[in-house]
Ligand binder design. Structure first.
Ligand SMILES: Cc1cc2nc3c(=O)[nH]c(=O)nc-3n(C[C@H](O)[C@H](O)[C@H](O)COP(=O)(O)OP(=O)(O)OC[C@H]3O[C@@H](n4cnc5c(N)ncnc54)[C@H](O)[C@@H]3O)c2cc1C
Length: 575
């Protein structure tokens, strides 16, 4: 079996997802669930084989950057070759529905493929990830005409996509956007400049712009923003007013072009309702956040594999360094961090998939009786609440862990890890950006806090509580009780916290950490329930993390906004 499919990937797909319910809701009662599952595993095996090939050239060509020549972006050889391989296998726009030429694959499988691509080549992943994300946003929000025009071209890999949000004055705060969309006789034209646009030389741009008629009234807010599809080439074949003005030099992901893109009277087509652009973009960003979490996991897998290999080979003090207790502990912590990230991301993806299946079922069964419809509606809204909390948490966890795992992999390699040619050094440089783009870690935990403020914890914990009740065998039950205790402590602390939003913001990261601790603890116990070899993983996570939950919950509960003043006094000590 390819190492790309190790570490619980197939365990999830084969044992931990209720595919029966998913496929029956999506495809009807007559569906052959086993055949559908086998097809999903087949996709993953194909992707694993291709990614193992891509990895070889990606490591050799890591330093090669995209170039700008006569306004065209030229990809490094390993990026172009990798993209072509994935494209030939039909693996570039996995979520596009069958009717538009795609496979309509579940988010879990799409993200597993993205994770494998990232493990092979973190730069290539940015291109494939956007390809999938932009296509899915068009699928969800664009008119039927735009879908027919673009989705088959996305599915075949003929066109690529970019997401154009950031401007020099509008980074984390998209309320600062000033790119202007003007309507003239039912046609829209864009004027402005976007910076840091990944794959900015591509054909299809999804641009967040401020509408001219409400420009001044909405300035500084996310109201009055609309989403536009802006192609480089107009339908009649003439060039549109979209230009790549420059490419950035970066610390990592060199093969991923990061562009300044200018729009000069560029014609664009509205995607979704006017003024609802921020909402539509949030859906694209949520998909992209899951994708970046998958990227963090892929990079972590590569670093961990290299660290384990080296720890077994390198002998010091008469034995392999991996046999030294301190090193063993570090390597075990790296595995725990990786498996924790995986558990949270896959849980979030499964929730997204459940809702997509419910949506298809409700749309294709207008005759459903009122009680059944109400039950599914209720489940849909609860799942939505759950993944709106889990998505930022998954992005935050997987990318921060990627930072830790890749840095720890350098430590395992000692002096060799710091050499310019070090593989793990390059992986670390690639991993840094994951905690910044698609919303920084600070923005992810602030988003999570907002969801908690709306009552998401109760809805998430209600489901976890039921899952823990199902774990009644003695060794699992003991650990399930510890997680349940952690949940009680968090609920107690969070209700105190929410009374003061400034203090809540100060504590957002600590709260996110302990919420993650219990969700992952429960998820790892579920894994141990179907595969007893994973019991030690769950036990180790819970033993370590529930102590943190206890202490952090206590500290959050006892704190006040006085801590902000204290932080200011500490900062004042620095001249
Ligand atoms: C390689 C690369 C690729 C990118 N690709 C794209 C792309 O394809 N499309 C696109 O639109 N953008 C893209 N970006 C932009 C990226 O999304 C932004 O850089 C990111 O959102 C942060 O914005 P900023 O750089 O302006 O930082 P700022 O918003 O200025 O933030 C600086 C620091 O302040 C913190 N901060 C800001 N506000 C708060 C707050 N309210 N609470 C706590 N802390 C806060 C941040 O967490 C960060 O640590 C890319 C960036 C890079 C570097």
């Amino acid at each position: 079996m390819s190492s790309y499919l190790g570490g619980g990937v197939l365990l999830y797909v084969r044992e931990l997802v209720d595919w029966d319910r998913y496929f029956r809701l999506r495809k009807g009662e007559d569906v052959d669930v086993e055949a559908e599952k086998a097809a999903l595993v087949g996709v993953l095996e194909t992707a694993a084989g291709i990614c193992a090939e891509i990895e070889v050239d990606a490591r050799r060509g890591w330093e090669q950057a995209a170039r700008l020549e006569d306004g065209r972006v030229l990809y490094p050889d390993h990026i172009q070759a990798g993209y072509d391989k994935l494209r030939e296998a039909g693996l570039v726009s996995l979520g596009v529905e069958e009717q538009y030429g795609g496979f309509g694959l579940p988010a879990l499988v799409t993200n597993l493929v993205i994770q494998m691509v990232a493990r092979a080549d973190a730069s290539l992943m940015t291109i494939v990830g956007l390809q999938t994300g932009v296509a899915e946003d068009i699928q969800q929000y664009a008119s039927e005409e735009l879908k027919q025009q673009y989705l088959p071209r996305f599915a075949s890999g003929e066109v690529m996509g970019a997401m154009d949000l950031t401007e020099s004055q509008a980074g984390s705060d998209l309320g600062g956007i000033t790119t202007r969309a003007t309507e003239e006789g039912g046609r829209f034209f864009l004027e402005g400049e976007k910076i840091f646009i990944t794959n900015g030389g591509c054909e299809v741009h999804l641009v967040l712009a401020r509408d001219d008629d409400t420009f001044d009234a909405s300035k500084g807010t996310t109201n009055g923003l609309s989403l536009y599809l802006c192609p480089r080439t107009l339908p009649d074949g003439t060039p549109n007013g979209v230009c790549v003005a420059r490419l950035e030099h970066k610390l990592g992901i060199h093969g991923s072009p990061t562009a300044t893109v200018t729009f000069e009277r560029a014609e664009a087509w509205a995607v979704g309702k006017k003024g609802d652009g921020f909402k539509a973009m949030l859906s694209l960003m949520n998909n992209a956040r899951l994708g970046v979490a998958a990227q963090g996991i892929g990079i972590s897998e590569a670093a961990l594999a290299a660290a384990l290999r080296y720890a077994r080979e390198r002998v010091q003090f008469g034995k392999p360094i991996g046999d030294q207790p301190l090193m063993k502990n570090l390597l075990a912590r790296m595995v725990l961090a990786l498996e924790g990230s995986r558990a949270l991301l896959y849980r979030a993806c499964v929730l997204v998939d459940r809702n997509r299946a419910i949506r298809v079922h409700l749309a294709s069964h207008p005759d459903l009786n009122a009680a059944e419809r109400a039950d599914l509606d209720d489940l849909y809204h609860k799942n939505e609440t759950r993944y709106r909390l889990l998505t930022p948490l998954a992005k935050y966890l997987a990318t921060e862990h990627s930072d830790f795992i890749t840095r720890a992999a350098i430590q395992v390699h000692g002096g060799l890890g710091f050499m310019a040619e070090s593989e793990v050094g390059k992986l670390h440089q690639d991993s840094i950006i994951t905690t910044i783009y698609e919303g920084t870690s600070e923005i992810q935990v602030s988003f999570a806090l907002k969801e908690i403020g709306k009552g998401a914890l109760q809805v998430v914990f209600e489901e976890i509580g039921k899952e823990l009740e199902g774990l009644s065998d003695p060794p699992l039950q003991e650990y399930a009780d510890k997680v349940r205790h952690g949940i009680e402590r968090i609920l107690d602390a969070s209700s105190a916290l929410m009374a003061d939003f400034d203090y809540a913001l100060l504590s957002a990261r600590s709260l996110a950490d302990i919420v993650i601790d219990v969700i992952v603890g429960a998820e790892l116990l579920k894994q141990a329930n179907v595969d007893s070899r994973r019991f030690d993983l769950a036990a180790s996570w819970i033993n370590r993390r529930m102590l943190d939950v206890e202490a952090t919950a206590q500290r959050i509960k006892e704190g006040t906004t006085a801590r902000i003043d204290r932080a200011e006094r500490i900062l004042a000590l620095v001249d």
